[in-house]
Design a protein around this ligand. Sequence first.
Ligand SMILES: Nc1ncnc2c1ncn2[C@@H]1O[C@H](COP(=O)(O)OP(=O)(O)OP(=O)(O)O)[C@@H](O)[C@H]1O
Length: 264
Amino acid sequence: MLSLSNVSLKKDGKYLLKNITWNLNKGEHWSILGLNGSGKTTLLKLINGFFWPTEGNIQVLGKTFGKTSIPDLRREIGWVSSSLQRELYNDPVQSIILSGKFASIGLYNEVNEQDVEKARQLMEFMDCIHLHDAKFNTLSQGEQQRVLIARALMASPKLLLLDEPCSGLDIIQKEKVLHYIEKLANNPGGPTLIYVTHHLEEILPVFSHILLIRGGTMYNAGKTEEILTEEMLSNFLQHPVTLHKNQQRYWISLKKKNHSLIST
Ligand SMILES: Nc1ncnc2c1ncn2[C@@H]1O[C@H](COP(=O)(O)OP(=O)(O)OP(=O)(O)O)[C@@H](O)[C@H]1O
């Protein structure tokens, strides 16, 4: 499904990603966890072909970068990110969702009855049918995220990249969005999901695997329950943590560090 082999990305003489080797197989849903600036979005941009690797090889959905048309490949990849939220500012919900078929900002192509029906079904699935005529900028952030997920699904992607879809949401809106993501992950025939976050509690049980990224390098990757241990996360965050599991979700808090007196 996805294979990165010794991939590095350099910009302005600085490595943003270094030596990433990562395989994602069909039937797995992955989360990517890392602190601010660790390289999560950059990694998604590589998978999407928005950035080109300086070193290494990338294969996405069986297509090798350098031997395939990136615009064609992108049609098979859905992308939900906050940068889209800004660009789709003033359009009505239904046309935003329909535009997902063409991966365009704005709806300029003709749509047919099947497209309209599919958009309707997606709005029902994501619980936003009541908003179909509303302008995007009048929606709450949670509603906007659900519309963006429906838009990404319009092209029936095989791979769906979710870049911090719960960022800025209150606890109720966040749980709503997570509920629809879980529904999507459990939908047979639905896309493979890659979910980027810096909040551990957003990692739903449907995310079978996790990649930890730190300073542009892959710290570890594997089965979620094997990777998410107190010891691993304390080392990863370079700070002792307490980890507990509640309702099949992980919750983390930082332990107090012993501060030694600063000598003057
Ligand atoms: N086009 C670019 N040119 C130069 N540096 C870049 C570019 N894009 C990203 N970076 C740098 O790469 C690093 C990783 O950025 P990235 O957006 O991937 O982090 P992130 O893990 O998604 O962070 P956050 O959680 O804060 O969104 C940052 O230091 C950022 O400044």
